[in-house]
Design a protein around this ligand. Sequence first.
Ligand code: S3P
Length: 164
Amino acid sequence: MRPIVLIGMMGSGKTTIGKKLAMDLNLSWVDTDLYIENTKHQSISSIFETQGESYFRDCETNALQQLINHPGVISTGGGIIVRQENRQLLTEHTLVIFLETEITTLIKRLDINNRPLLQNEIIETKLTSLYKARENFYRDCAHITVKTDHLTVAEVVEQIKNQM
Ligand code: S3P
């Protein structure tokens, strides 16, 4: 089977939904951010702070390349679709699920402490500009899209399973 990959903005639920989907399907679950933290022995925030975003994106591409054949569910960081090579890998080798979520919902769900891109920013403005720059990439990559705003975690997982 192709790996199932969850994409979407920070706060769209990629981690929570990825874990539950994997459990329901009896598959294992991995996460590109966790892979980076475990292999670099450094938190994502610390990587951004000390080595910068461009280095983080290199780590993220490498993580995706390492995990691309994982026979299970892969949750990703919100910016995984920014690089063309990542988008190509995702669409060609995996089943991509876009968790589409409105900015107002993201704001309600987000713990901004672990989100380096949201530090010292007006959150709504920053999320809106990130989403504007990324929306087409999410849509271009997605094989399945689920709107998460008014659904519980279990309902999102059911919708994904029904569309697979
Ligand atoms: C990022 C999202 C984060 C993490 C990093 C950058 C982004 O992951 O990869 O802080 O560019 O949107 P989550 O989407 O899991 O918060």
